[in-house]
Design a protein around this ligand. Sequence first.
Ligand SMILES: Cc1cc2nc3c(=O)[nH]c(=O)nc-3n(C[C@H](O)[C@H](O)[C@H](O)COP(=O)(O)O)c2cc1C
Length: 173
Amino acid sequence: MEFMEVIRKRRSIRRFKPDPVPEEELKYILEAARLAPSWANTQCWHFIVVTDPEIKGKIGEAGFRWSARGPAMIVACADPAQSGFREDQYYYLTDIGIALEHLVLAAVDRGLGTCWVVGFHEDQVKEILGIPENIRVIALTPLGYPAEEPSARSRKSLEQIFSYNRYEQKQSK
Ligand SMILES: Cc1cc2nc3c(=O)[nH]c(=O)nc-3n(C[C@H](O)[C@H](O)[C@H](O)COP(=O)(O)O)c2cc1C
């Protein structure tokens, strides 16, 4: 698929067909995450692929039940100590944001649906998945073949989101 077509086609998908995600497709999208840039190339991420329905269901109970509806789920974890901190900004969040979005876009390329989810109780998800205390769970996404075709959500116009040479306050919508 052409690059901008992938970007334009992506939607947050919350309904899925029951068909499992083939191993080679899973590897394809994880490879896209693997190639993401990161603070000093430290690659602070770890992705947990959850396919066990019971474990997936428990994670759904720790947040949104619908997030467990797909045949798989990807839980994006970070080790903050492996990434950087500068002038009050923590870059593990940026690292995970880039890597998970690589994965999300690669999923579109393979006809798969995802949805960024941060609405969950992190402590419960950590307990369910045996995630050590020093590791943060940043986001998760259900993964599977879409069973819905949501229309595009609105976006600010191009003029509203950039300026040349200096910051300009723009109308928010
Ligand atoms: C960082 C982040 C967190 C999000 N968390 C949630 C969430 O917890 N629950 C949810 O239903 N959608 C969540 N979303 C999806 C957004 O609501 C969605 O991207 C936005 O409404 C635009 O719709 P679209 O993705 O279909 O273009 C999240 C998206 C991002 C980028």
